[in-house]
Design a binder for this molecule. Structure first.
Ligand SMILES: Cc1cc2nc3c(=O)[nH]c(=O)nc-3n(C[C@H](O)[C@H](O)[C@H](O)COP(=O)(O)OP(=O)(O)OC[C@H]3O[C@@H](n4cnc5c(N)ncnc54)[C@H](O)[C@@H]3O)c2cc1C
Length: 438
């Protein structure tokens, strides 16, 4: 057997998959370990479910990576201090470098009173739910008639779209910390929901915050124009949901009833200040209440603090003096053989194209490390296979996934659907003719 550099990649989202391709093409032997049965990460379980063309295009590229002869895949395997395999287990299996592309799996709660009420959720859990990722797909969610989403980005927009189109909420309120000039969503995402936007409410809200905007030199009319840029391509309404914004407002606490169900969200009004050219929100102490049954925090995520790498400011700590920087960026953790890429390097940052570039560059850093410090090894893939198949759970290979893809495609055709996805591990494993217990 020819010696090859032997690399473990933790997480088969876009960063891990494109990173695997880079290393496999360079000649390394790569093994992907993925928490979920299916590969794809947030491309499979985050991107809005009806973006079929984008999702299918990505799935095709991911399939190409998995088919590479230098790549093995083990799904349903969690790596980490509390996982099925630890980083030391991977080292003991002979991996010479470990690239962590496990995304940002930690939840960035604000620590507000009332977060425990039923009806208070974090965006990641909701998007995992409606994209059918087990076990989130099986959890009960309470989407009420009036729903607030805290955030001003594309994830907020995706969730607003879901609440309007699928849950048919009566009212969806985007709670935005800063003003109309600081919203972060793309025009393209607004096109899906703008037909439901209450234009009179937008005008009233912009008039309300106008003095604050003007006090720091902002142009309210220009901000409104930008928000409404999506109008010429507005998608037709599929519900009577009223969609509106609450600008310059931060959640401070939630109230609920005796049964533990959310009833109200308390907001504090903000004002804007300019500091070093950046617009900052500052609380005014003035509070008000919104009657809502659901609050969803779409404020970004952080990396998994229990993973086993040091964490600071929502991110894994990077080597500040990288030995192998790419474009001036450090992809190195505090361990010399452990690298980070994609949303594991910078949590909740950028679209798939960015994760792809980041995973690829992380792999370039890994490759430089291997070439400059180590010799190729025996790359004992049989020992890895024995180890994962010895775990007390079913482990999924790339061939199993291919079978699952065939069964799901057949099911979609039978049901006359554009796409069909099993929403639980049992049915996925049955489809692959694997059982729950090894
Ligand atoms: C709601 C939402 C909508 C989005 N919509 C779009 C869009 O329309 N267009 C677009 O281009 N981008 C979109 N994005 C962004 C895009 O999904 C991300 O840029 C990209 O998926 C990040 O890739 P990643 O590989 O770094 O992480 P992820 O995609 O999160 O992948 C992480 C992988 O790691 C695995 N994993 C996690 N923990 C472990 C562990 N401990 N052990 C083993 N495996 C583990 C997971 O199972 C997963 O497969 C969206 C993101 C969100 C949240």
């Amino acid at each position: 057997m020819q010696n090859q550099y032997f690399v473990a990649i933790v997480g088969a989202g876009p960063a891990g998959l494109f990173g695997a391709r880079e290393l496999a093409n360079a000649g390394a032997r790569v093994v992907l370990f993925n928490r979920d049965i299916k590969a794809g990460g947030l491309a499979e379980y985050g991107i809005y479910p009806t973006k079929h063309t984008m999702k299918n295009g990505l799935r095709k590229q991911f399939r190409g990576v998995l088919d590479h002869p230098n790549v093995d895949y083990y799904g349903n395997v969690t790596v980490g201090a509390q996982g099925d395999l630890s980083l030391d287990d991977l080292r003991a299996l002979g991996f010479q470098a470990i690239l962590v592309t496990a995304g940002a799996q930690g939840t960035k709660w604000l620590g507000l009173p009332g977060e425990q009420f039923t009806g208070v959720y974090h965006a990641k859990d909701v998007v995992y739910f409606y994209n059918k990722l087990p076990p989130f797909a099986q959890k009960p969610y309470r989407f009420g008639k009036r729903c607030a989403i805290v955030g001003a980005g594309n994830v907020m927009m995706d969730i607003a779209r879901y609440l309007m189109n699928v849950q048919k909420a009566e009212e969806v309120i985007a709670v935005v910390r800063r003003g109309p000039a600081e919203v972060k969503f793309d025009k393209k995402e607004m096109e899906h929901v703008i037909a439901n936007l209450d234009l009179a409410a937008l005008d009233a809200e912009i008039a309300r915050v106008m003095p604050i905007m003007q006090s720091i030199g902002q142009d309210p009319a220009a901000a409104k124009e930008k928000i409404l840029e999506a109008q010429p391509h507005a998608e037709a309404k599929t519900s009577e949901t009223r969609f509106r914004f609450e600008f310059l407002a931060s959640p401070t606490q939630m109230f609920g009833d005796a049964d533990g169900y959310l009833t109200q969200l308390e907001l504090e009004d903000n004002t804007l200040t300019l500091k070093d050219g950046a617009t900052k929100a500052r609380g005014t102490g003035v509070k008000r209440l919104l009657d809502v049954e659901t609050v969803i925090f779409a404020i970004g995520d952080k990396v998994d603090e229990s993973f086993g790498l040091p964490v600071e400011w929502n991110e894994f700590v990077k080597n500040p003096n990288p030995r192998f920087p790419i474009d001036g960026i450090s992809f190195e953790s505090t361990f010399e053989d452990v690298f980070v890429g994609g949303w594991s390097r910078k949590a909740s940052d950028g679209l798939v194209g960015y994760a792809r570039k980041d995973g690829t560059n992380a792999s370039k850093a890994v490759w430089q490390y291997l070439r400059q410090t180590l010799s190729p090894s025996a790359a004992d893939t049989d020992a890895v296979a024995d180890r994962v198949h010895g775990l007390d759970k079913p482990v999924v290979t790339k061939d199993d996934i291919q079978r699952l893809e065939v069964v799901e495609a057949e099911e979609a055709q039978k049901r006359g659907l554009e796409e069909f996805k099993f929403d639980n591990n049992e049915e996925m494993l049955d489809a692959m003719e694997l059982t729950m217990m090894a």
